[in-house]
Every structure is written in structure tokens, then in C-alpha cells.
Design a protein around this ligand. Structure first.
Ligand code: ASP
Length: 331
């Protein structure tokens, strides 16, 4: 089930490179028609090309990841922005974060309901506020102050996510622990819990950055916040080590401080990003049931994309050549 970590060596003098993910999970070839598979690959290609073209024009890693993530947020295929999963109350609550590896500045928003592209607001929190993380109504008030319009929560609706919510509720009702929300939710298969998007990039100035955006977990309640907006858990970037964006069962990624742990192994133990990523995703998380994956980049433009699930929507581009685009573990 585990994939081999992928590493792409970049030999350019001033390398530029970008990687994206569209979530890890129960992503099996048997669940795809050829048309559906093609459509996912086309959207991943569009996002990676968009981000890469920003870098290629001399744009920053922050601009590149924002552009790539916007494509994925605007697509109903992924659990972020349009197409975000439903909460228990049949609304959508979105989380996002971004970090600049050069300055270690970071911005995050949690539980926002009316922001079309939460990654853009996370970036504004980083660049225009004195804080790192804003949540709920306050984050939306800040958005208004920054000239970002608030949109109707229904914008994020899709039929397929609505069906997933109903299926998740059915499964929880039928579960042995149906009277206990916590236990029933725990028993819910992993596929209801994930699907985030993210990007990491290196620009020609030698700076790396990471960003992550998500609708969180299907059927979440009580204002649940996952790892995606938590700096160090779902997103981390520092030039001296690496930049990481995560996707997976957020509660594990928070408790194991996944993104920062990978970078700490690179920084303090001199590990490569391939080794550090594999250690945390397959060595630490897998044995304890922490399902998911990450994308990692370093200042040399090396990329690693380890995951411990059947698949992870992912793509990378390090030269003018065609992008690497993959979904399943054997690609
Ligand atoms: N990590 C996200 C969360 O727990 C979900 C995902 O990656 O799909 O909110």
C-alpha cells in the first residue's frame, strides 16, 4: 500500500520547482472510469502548469503556490473551496495556511464559511495582519477590511459531497456506537475524512514556500479544525530545511507535528527530504494508523511525495518538460 518516495533531482543553476497534491486516501484505479481519471489528471496538470508558469516568469514561490492552489480550490474535484466536504449541519467550513520559507512568516484561517479562496485570505493574514491565525467570523471581518468579498456558503455545494455526507451519516447511524458521536465518527472509514489540496515551490531567488487549503472532514461537528491551518502540522516552510504541505487524518498530523517534524529531521539530522518524509509518513504515522501523505521540496529543488494510502493526487514540475502527474501508488 505504501508508495516509494519519489525524488526528482534538479540540476539547474537557479532551479525552480513546484509540487502539488489534491489529497491522499482510498484512491483505487477500480473506482475510476477512464474519463474520470483523465479529468483529474487534466486538472492536476492545469494547476501544476499554472504554478510553474508563475515561477518561470520570475514570480515568487508564494505567488506560484497561491496560483496553483487557486486552480484546485476552484475545482469541484477536490476537498477545498468549491467541492469542499459538508459539515454535520450541511454547511462548509474551510481551513487554509501558508508559510514563507525565507522569513518564516505564516498566515492561516480556520472555520471560514464565506471565503471563495481561503488560501488568499491566509496569505493576507500573513502579509497584512499582525497575527498568524484568524478564525470564523473574525477572519471574515478581516477579509472584508481587506476588500475580499464574502460569498454565499452554498457556492461550495456539490451533489457528490452531499451524497458522501448522507452516506457518512448512514454509516454512523448503523455503527455499533451509534449513540456516541465520538465513537461512531472514529469508526467512520478513512475515505470520509480527507481530500485537501496543497502546494510547495522553490523560486529562482532560492526561496521555498508551502500552502494548504481544505474543507476538512466530512460530517465534522463542533467547529472541528484539522491540521491544514496549523503551522507545523499541515504546513511548514523554512529555507534551511524544507517546505511541506500535508494531507491526511488531521488529528494525527496535529499530534505528531508532521510538517515541522520532517523539516526538523532535515535540519538537525542532515537527512534528505526523501528519507525524512519516508520516516515520518511510513515509519511514524503508518504504524499508529495515521493515514495520509505530504509533498516536500528543498532549496535545491528536490521533491519528495511520500504517502501511506492507496493513492494521492499529485504532480510536480522541475523543468520546462512535461509535468509528472500521478494518482495511484504504482506510478
Ligand atoms: N488533513 C485534513 C483535515 O484533517 C483533511 C485532508 O487532508 O484531506 O482536515
Amino acid at each position: 500500500m505504501a508508495s516509494e518516495p519519489l525524488s526528482i533531482k534538479n540540476a539547474d543553476k537557479s532551479p525552480i520547482a513546484i509540487a502539488i497534491h489534491g489529497g491522499a486516501g482510498v484512491i483505487k484505479k477500480s473506482r475510476f472510469t477512464p474519463e474520470k481519471e483523465e479529468a483529474y489528471r487534466a486538472k492536476l496538470t492545469e494547476a501544476i502548469d499554472k504554478g510553474y508558469s508563475v515561477l518561470n516568469r520570475g514570480g515568487t514561490s508564494l505567488d506560484a503556490i497561491t496560483a496553483a492552489i487557486n486552480v484546485l480550490e476552484n475545482s469541484p474535484f477536490f476537498n477545498a473551496g468549491k467541492g469542499a466536504v459538508y459539515t454535520h449541519d450541511e454547511t462548509h467550513e474551510l481551513d487554509a495556511s501558508i508559510m514563507d520559507g525565507k522569513t518564516r512568516q505564516a498566515g492561516a484561517v480556520a472555520g471560514v464559511k464565506r471565503i471563495e479562496n481561503p488560501i488568499n485570505l491566509a496569505r493576507l493574514v500573513m502579509e497584512e495582519s499582525v497575527h498568524v491565525m484568524l478564525s470564523g467570523n473574525g477572519a471574515e471581518q478581516f477579509a472584508l477590511n481587506q476588500g475580499i468579498p464574502l460569498i454565499d456558503n452554498k457556492h461550495f455545494d456539490t451533489k457528490s459531497r452531499y451524497k458522501s455526507l448522507q452516506r457518512a451519516k448512514e454509516k454512523m447511524k448503523k455503527s455499533q456506537q451509534s449513540k456516541d458521536y465520538q465513537a461512531a465518527h472514529k469508526a467512520l472509514p478513512f475515505e470520509y475524512k480527507v481530500g485537501t489540496v496543497g502546494a510547495v515551490a522553490l523560486d529562482q531567488y532560492g526561496n521555498i514556500a508551502a500552502g494548504t487549503s481544505t474543507g476538512g472532514m466530512t460530517n465534522k461537528r463542533f467547529g472541528r479544525i484539522g491540521d491544514s491551518p496549523v503551522i507545523g502540522a499541515g504546513t511548514f516552510a523554512e529555507n534551511e530545511s524544507c517546505a511541506v504541505s500535508a494531507t491526511g487524518h488531521g488529528e494525527y498530523f496535529i499530534r505528531y507535528n508532521v510538517a515541522a517534524d520532517i523539516c526538523a529531521r532535515v535540519k538537525y539530522q542532515g537527512k534528505s527530504i526523501v528519507q525524512a518524509g519516508d520516516e515520518v509518513i511510513n515509519g511514524v504515522l503508518k504504524p499508529i494508523g495515521g493515514t495520509g501523505g505530504v509533498i516536500i521540496i528543498d532549496q535545491q529543488g528536490n521533491i519528495a511525495m511520500p504517502f501511506n494510502t492507496e493513492g494521492m493526487y499529485r504532480a510536480s514540475k522541475t523543468t520546462q518538460d512535461k509535468a509528472y502527474v500521478a494518482i495511484f501508488s504504482d506510478e
